[in-house]
Design a protein. Structure first.
Length: 286
């Protein structure tokens, strides 16, 4: 009787859920190995992209890079000396969650603020260099960023050195309100005195350069360079379009448009940036 029942006994199978099947069949590729170009949509191998200075092989689109990567690309190896790294932001308005955001950015990026300032050589020529980092709260300009830039400008004036500032920012930092807006006047005043001393100031606009940074030191350079297709502007495209009630050109607020209108002196490919800066420093050292 038992043998007869066994013939009709239902076998127990392991249930495999559809998502488990998908997980088994999915290729095991480490996270972050491939990157999608935001400009053309092409999928790129991260290792090759980094070896190409983070420039897309397909469309020549320039990816955003960190301040440390930028310094490594343009400053002669072993010559960079960081200045004013101890200057950091506080929370003057007791803005909720601001201190936590600062802490996360500092831990993640290993820099204290959204700009790295220092002195180094480019193609053998001494210069002060300031590089903004969009990874640190979108490169926003708070009181510490303004103070670091101002001190770097004053340092270059005292040492009678040229200064190069790479901009990359969403504008003034809203978490500090009026304190961040005051940095526009402070940095501009320091640059005015630097100019009175007959010293060279070069601005390199990188994607994006907007808001209070554009409205102050970003557009005050004796020579203004930009990377290809860089977004450059003050207010947003949609705000401007709604205000004037007109359609704007497709390339409005892009480096190429500003070059055509005379706001930018030259668009420089990232691979040519160090060579170009070195040549400009050489011409102005005579």
């Amino acid at each position: 009787m038992k043998e007869l029942k066994a013939l009709f006994k239902k076998n127990v199978y392991i249930e495999v859920k559809p998502e488990r099947i998908e997980q088994i069949n999915k290729p095991q590729i480490p996270d972050g190995m491939w990157v999608k170009c935001p400009n053309c949509g092409k999928i790129l191998y991260r290792g090759d992209l980094e070896n190409n200075l983070k420039i897309c092989f397909s469309c020549e689109g320039h990816f955003r890079i960190s301040a440390k990567e930028r310094i490594k690309q343009v400053v002669d190896e072993g010559t960079f000396k960081e200045l004013f790294s101890n200057i950091t932001s506080t929370n003057p308005l007791d803005f909720p969650g601001y201190e936590e955001k600062l802490h996360v950015s500092r831990q993640k990026l290993n820099i204290n603020e959204a700009v790295v300032t220092g002195e180094g050589k480019i193609e053998g020529y001494n210069t002060v260099i300031c590089v903004m980092d969009s990874n640190f709260m979108m490169g926003s300009m708070g009181s510490a960023v303004g103070e670091k830039l101002t001190r770097a400008i004053e340092y270059s004036t005292k040492k009678r050195l040229p200064i190069i500032i790479f901009t990359c920012s969403g504008g003034a930092r809203m978490h500090e309100g009026i304190f961040s807006l005051m940095q526009m006047a402070k940095t501009s005043s320091a640059l005015a005195y630097h100019n009175e001393q007959g010293l060279l100031y070069i601005t390199v606009l990188t994607d994006p350069t907007t808001g209070g940074v554009t409205a102050s030191f970003g557009m005050l350079g004796d020579i203004i360079l930009a990377e290809p297709k860089t977004l450059i502007g003050f207010a947003g495209r949609r705000v401007i379009q709604q205000t004037i009630g007109e359609e704007l050109p497709e390339d409005f607020q892009r480096a190429e448009f500003l070059l055509e209108k005379g706001f930018v002196d030259k668009i420089v490919h990232r691979k040519e940036m160090k060579k170009t800066l070195g040549k400009l420093l050489e011409l102005h050292s005579i």
